[in-house]
Ligand binder design. Structure first.
Ligand SMILES: C[S@@+](CC[C@H](N)C(=O)[O-])C[C@H]1O[C@@H](n2cnc3c(N)ncnc32)[C@H](O)[C@@H]1O
Length: 329
């Protein structure tokens, strides 16, 4: 395993419900986090810790944010997403990538790890290039890479771009972890789950198997059956998962109606637990029942797939440990 006594301190920005941090907390001491949504923060608190502060990061003076070895986080992606607004950095939340940059420039941690949708390196490539240059100009060795969760043992095609910076005086550049595992499919990820508890989507129930609660009112079973019997209706945006393939990307849209991620063999959307499994999140990550169901789905769709987060956290941990050991010799 790894040396529990060797834990660098990190702060987490745009922490969401804490999927990224759930992997990082194994290798790092997370001392502070920030998130705008109280519902997401409630999930974070239940699974990671009380160190999360709720509020708009733009209203927090950098001097109030603790000094730490590293900062991690993924600013909102809707303005960079091909399925989202695609307005880029001039969009409502797109400029937050520069808020992240300014914080790194001010704090000058040993490292940072930034995440966003892969479209930031495609349609918004010019923005990504300027961001990388900016990090370089304030003293970081920067590497970036698009990783597909399906290459890291996650039953989902999910491409995300990661930008890692190591402060230049440390003398190394982050090496991204190689794809680690064979592709797994929807059956392997969710096929063993019990029959879910049934509820109305406005009810706040945890379910017999936590977060495994089936709701049937949106989209209705009749609507789903109609789509299946008349495949042309697929054009209206409904999609069923297929047992023998990875899931298509789960986005925050799943919080609206779930019609793009219908259970493979029943006329219902996937449960939150099925979504978490498709993000490879361990079952001991439990979203509290008081978090409204739509927010629970948003936490899933916004998150970083656990096995990808784990591979990144482990790689950062190992590369820093090697660096520190070399210094000690
Ligand atoms: C892509 S999600 C992060 C998900 C997280 N990395 C995870 O793995 O669970 C981005 C988060 O930024 C939050 N956010 C948006 N605007 C913000 C702001 N101005 N200040 C702080 N957080 C903000 C959103 O509520 C959302 O939870």
């Amino acid at each position: 395993m790894f040396d529990q006594s060797y834990k660098l301190k990190i702060c987490s920005l745009f922490a969401g419900g804490g999927l990224f941090d759930y992997a990082f907390k194994q290798y790092f001491d997370i001392i502070w986090a920030n998130e705008l949504s109280p519902a997401a923060a409630a999930c974070y608190r239940a699974n990671i810790g009380d160190h999360i502060q709720v509020g708009d990061i733009q209203n927090i003076d950098p001097s109030e944010i603790p000094e730490s070895d590293g900062y991690i986080g993924g600013p909102p992606c809707i303005d960079f997403s091909s399925n989202g607004r695609n307005n880029g950095e001039s969009g409502e939340t797109g400029h937050l990538i520069w808020v992240y940059y300014k914080l790194i420039q001010t704090k000058r941690p040993k490292f940072f790890l930034f995440e966003n949708v892969s479209n930031l390196s495609v349609r918004h490539k010019e923005t990504l290039e300027r961001l990388v240059e900016a990090f370089d100009s304030v003293g970081y060795n920067v590497s970036f890479k698009t990783l597909d969760a399906a290459d890291y043992g996650v039953a989902q095609f999910r491409k995300r771009v990661f930008v890692a910076g190591i402060r230049k005086d440390l003398g190394f550049t982050f090496d991204f972890p190689a794809p680690a595992a064979a592709q797994i499919n929807v059956r392997e990820a969710i096929g063993d789950l019990p029959v879910p508890t049934t509820a109305h989507s406005r009810q706040r129930v945890l379910g017999d198997f936590p977060n495994h609660v089936a709701t049937w009112e949106s989209p209705t079973p009749q609507r789903i059956i109609d789509v299946i019997q008349h495949p042309r209706s697929q054009w209206r945006g409904m999609r069923r998962l297929q047992w023998d393939y990875p899931s298509p990307t789960i986005t925050a849209h799943v919080s609206k109606d779930g019609r793009e991620h219908l259970f493979p063999s029943e006329p219902r959307r996937i449960t939150v637990r099925e979504g978490l499994r498709l993000m490879s999140v361990p079952d001991d990550f439990i979203i509290p029942a008081e978090v409204p169901l739509s927010h629970q789905y948003r936490i899933v769709g916004n998150g970083i797939a656990y096995h990808v987060a784990d591979a990144l956290a482990h790689a950062l941990y190992t590369q820093f440990q090697v660096y520190d050991t070399t210094l000690a010799i």
